[in-house]
Write a protein that binds this ligand. Structure first.
Ligand code: UDP
Length: 353
């Protein structure tokens, strides 16, 4: 019998806006792959979202603020007419029509509500440990509902006290959307939300030191942070290209010599790293979090001591050693939508018993 899945999106922004970061592409790719495998998927997301042609229920209400902007001991804050509360109220009402609900939000409420639902809930956790209250809420579900917590990397799982109870999923992309580029014609690339936990300033510093131009692509989350970087590195040959659709992103990214991945935090995965590799673009990444599991040092890019601009500069000097074909092959083997779909299906089957 056809399995029916309800995908509940993030509450911090609309799908397609960029505010949701990697979660947006992750949700899209998993949904697309499972639809191809015969599942019936409905996406429920904040009003104004796009669902790329898949069935979508839009829910009104005020968005949550991003978890990464708060401190360890921050309490849970739920605004008036909360879209998060409204999304989960909707899920509660329709739960009997579904075999499984999949939570894509890094929010306290869905974890708290899990025991009150009749329908099983799979939680795909998209960030590492950030606050005590979230750790506590996720840990409770991990214990009461074994196997229902999915993560993107081992490093991400290790940030939680319940690491051993997490299901490793990696991530995947639709390779048909990314063209392989053998001969780069441009300089460096940096892709991501412009926000301090992403460490953009280190990549800009490396661009200034080497004099190699760098394209910056991504959602402008923190303007003040961006202005500060421009003030601090006035001579860096950088250009902000805006927040781009996947088709345009992969085109401009593909012609670059390398992607710099410079997060300050333990990046749960780093979608941008596999997107670059898919185009044949090696990634130079800090040896920290998800990117350190994706990039093979000296083969599909370089792993650099975290927070070391000199390390980035040295790795840029070694780019000639990289075979761009191997970069693409890494994604074909490990991070295709098919590979991810297999892992996700296995996870769902385990949960559904
Ligand atoms: N992205 C995009 N257009 C851009 C730049 C980035 O669509 O111009 C997307 C990219 O495809 C990726 C996401 O933004 O899926 C960033 O996700 P990542 O996992 O790298 O980091 P996060 O934002 O989740 O911390």
């Amino acid at each position: 019998m056809t399995k029916k899945l309800l995908f509940v999106s993030t509450s911090i922004g609309t799908l397609g806006s960029g505010l949701g970061g990697g979660v947006e592409l992750t949700l899209r790719n998993i949904a697309t792959e499972l639809v191809q495998r015969g599942y019936r998927v409905t996406i429920v997301a904040p009003q104004g979202s796009t669902a790329w042609g898949m069935p979508l229920v839009e829910i009104a209400g005020s968005h949550q603020i991003s978890a990464q902007t708060q401190g360890r001991s921050a309490p849970v804050v739920i605004p008036h007419n909360s879209v998060l509360a409204n999304l989960w109220d909707y899920a509660r009402q329709v739960q009997d029509n579904y075999d499984l609900i999949v939570n894509f939000a890094y929010d306290w409420l869905p974890f708290y509500l899990t025991p009150f639902f009749n329908c099983a809930i799979a939680h795909l956790v998209s960030m590492g440990s950030l606050t005590d209250v979230m750790d506590e809420a996720i840990a409770r579900v991990a214990t009461q509902f074994p196997g229902t917590i999915g993560v993107h990397s081992y490093a991400q799982a290790q940030t939680f006290p319940f690491a051993s109870q997490c299901q490793y999923l990696g991530n995947g992309i639709d390779l048909s959307q990314y063209d392989f580029c053998q001969h780069p014609s441009a300089g460096l690339a940096w892709v991501g939300r412009i926000s301090s936990e992403k460490g953009l300033e280190d990549a800009v510093a490396a661009s200034q030191i080497t004099g190699i131009p760098m394209k910056i692509m991504g959602f402008m989350e923190n303007k003040a942070y961006w202005q500060q970087i421009n003030q601090d590195y006035p001579n860096a040959p950088i250009h902000y290209e805006g927040f781009l659709e996947t088709a345009e992103l992969q085109k401009r990214l593909g012609e670059c010599r390398a992607l710099l991945v410079t997060p300050r935090w333990v990046e749960a995965f780093g979608n941008v790293a596999i997107e670059a590799l898919a185009c044949g673009v090696p990634a130079i990444a800090y040896r920290r979090g998800g990117p350190a599991e994706i990039v093979e040092d000296g083969k599909t890019g370089f792993l650099v001591e975290p927070d070391s601009v000199e390390g980035l500069v040295a790795a840029i000097g070694r780019l000639g050693e990289i075979d761009r074909q191997l970069c693409r092959q890494r994604v074909v083997k490990e991070y295709s939508n098919q590979a991810m779909g297999d892992r996700v299906e296995h996870w769902f089957n385990d949960i559904l018993g």
